[in-house]
Design a protein around this ligand. Structure first.
Ligand code: FUL
Length: 479
């Protein structure tokens, strides 16, 4: 386990960190540490290399595909006939090219959902693509998708549901834990590099009437030994569920949080002691630090579907989220210091439907055109700002702007607690936006204006703010 590490060296991405001490992924406060010490230590908590690489992806996609696609359900019972699985025009390359063109950097496939149907020819159960008529039982969705990802330079992750409504041994805890570890071993051994492993915590009773007790240590040891670079989402300690499925991040979003990941055996007790839970609005302010004994770099992932359901349903074709809604989601996820995990479910043909393709094309075009040209001169230069201090950016002549982008250098921790943005308009400074946390990335929208300069002032910060970059852009009205 990658626990408390003390470093004073060069971190990833070639950024040099001064000779001060940083804590990677977690930090434990000394007993009785005064608030000032806790605040300073919190400011020096940094992500692991894997977490930093993941954060930079910004846009990732979920692909919910499986037996439910063919039964028109959201949750299968596990009793489905595998012969129902029969995509008529399966095209994984189309999934990847559609998502890549829209700016997505990784896809995560539901290799097995709660119904237990496996999208690869596993040796652990008959309930898989091997028992379907698709490609005469010789098909492998995981393999075809991974090949398409490799060919097109897309990262790849797997969702493997621990809850399995088909497995006869589910509920016989040791037996099912072995089966699940074998499934994980197959997925993590046979398909090359895997960048994210997504485990939800869904847990039910097996046919024997007993609740399955998962062996998370075993599952994590499989990931550690086979794909140590993969980040673990939800039931891991790398990536945290934001707490809703509506695409709504927190305006104040601390990646350095006291919420103990469920992977730790005492997480339930410890989080209860502090009154913390996944959906809580505050996970890392000074009020939280006051009672915290340990902090975790545990950044948020915002998962939401482009449609009402996670799986494809023809009757939802007209309910694909509008461009304006997707853009709001972007501002409330990537723009709120989170990674967006947008679900796009392939249809019964085995393709992303024209409705979703068109919306993703619009979304990609919106992002490309809006963020094509930074109106700030020297916005790409990093700088240090003490509490109460400011930095002024000259705006390129006659630029109309209504978006401000700012990033902290999270290799030096997440520090900023409050900031304001002012615009110099006709020789007068006017506040146009303000915020609390920044983190990896913060986006703010404000009314269109033509400033000569923009001024970022740090009102509160745990240590001097380390601003990595800033930008100003104009978004055009959407039809
Ligand atoms: C949940 C599941 O129950 C939903 O079906 C979906 O897969 C969502 C992403 O995770 O736990």
């Amino acid at each position: 386990m990658k626990t408390l590490l003390f470093i004073s060296i060069i971190l990833c991405a070639g950024l040099q960190v001064d000779a001060q001490n940083y804590y990677v992924k977690t930090v434990r406060f000394p007993k009785g540490a005064p608030m000032s010490q806790k605040v300073e230590m919190a400011a020096r908590l940094v992500p692991s290399e894997e977490q930093y690489a993941w954060q930079q992806l910004e846009l990732t996609a979920f692909l919910h595909f499986g037996i439910n696609t063919f039964t028109n359900r959201e949750w299968g019972t596990g009793k489905e006939d595998p012969t129902l699985f029969n995509p008529t025009n399966f095209d994984a390359a189309q999934w990847v090219s559609t998502l890549k063109a829209a700016g997505f950097k990784m896809v995560i496939l539901t290799a097995k959902h709660h119904d237990g149907f496996c999208l690869w020819p596993t040796r652990t159960t008959q309930h898989s693509v091997a028992a379907s008529p698709w490609k005469e039982g010789k098909g492998d969705v995981v393999g075809e998708l991974k090949n398409a990802c490799d060919q097109q330079g897309m990262k790849f992750g797997v969702y493997l549901s621990p809850w399995d409504r088909n497995a006869a041994c589910y509920g016989d805890s040791p037996a099912y834990n072995q089966m699940f570890a074998c499934q994980l071993t197959e997925l993590l051994s046979n398909y090359g590099t895997i960048n994210e492993v997504w485990f939800d915590g869904a847990n039910g009773e097996g046919p024997n009437g007993k609740k399955q007790v998962y062996d998370w240590n075993l599952f994590h040891s499989v990931v550690d030994s086979l794909q140590p670079q993969a980040v673990r989402a939800i039931m891991g300690d790398d990536v945290r569920w934001v707490g809703n499925e509506r695409g709504l991040g927190r305006e104040t979003e601390w990646s350095a949080t006291a919420l103990m990941p469920d992977k730790y055996p005492n997480a339930g007790e410890e989080n209860k002691r502090q009154g913390l839970f996944t959906e809580a609005t505050d996970l890392g302010s000074r009020a939280i630090l006051a009672t915290a004994e340990q902090l975790f770099w545990y950044p948020s992932e915002v998962d939401v579907s482009i449609r009402p359901g996670w799986f494809y349903h023809a009757e939802e074709d007209k309910q694909v989220k509008s461009l304006a809604h997707l853009v709001d989601i972007y501002f409330q996820s990537v723009g709120y210091n989170s990674v967006l995990l947008l679900n796009v479910p392939p249809d019964t043909c085995g393709r992303i439907s024209d409705y979703d393709v068109e919306r993703l094309r619009e979304f990609g075009e919106y992002l490309r055109t809006t963020f094509a040209c930074n109106s700030l001169l020297h916005g790409d230069q990093s700088c240090e700002i003490p509490v109460g201090g400011s930095v002024e950016y000259t705006v390129k002549k006659e630029s109309a702007v209504n978006i401000f982008l700012v990033q902290e250098d999270i290799h030096r921790g997440q520090r900023v607690e409050a900031f304001t943005l002012e615009a110099l308009l006709d020789g007068k400074w006017e506040e146009v936006a303000k915020g609390t946390t920044i983190g990896y990335k913060r986006l703010l929208r404000f009314p269109l204006c033509y400033p000569e300069c923009l001024r970022l002032t740090v009102q509160a910060s745990r240590l001097p703010a380390q601003i990595y970059s800033a930008g100003a852009y104009q978004e055009k009205p959407m039809e």
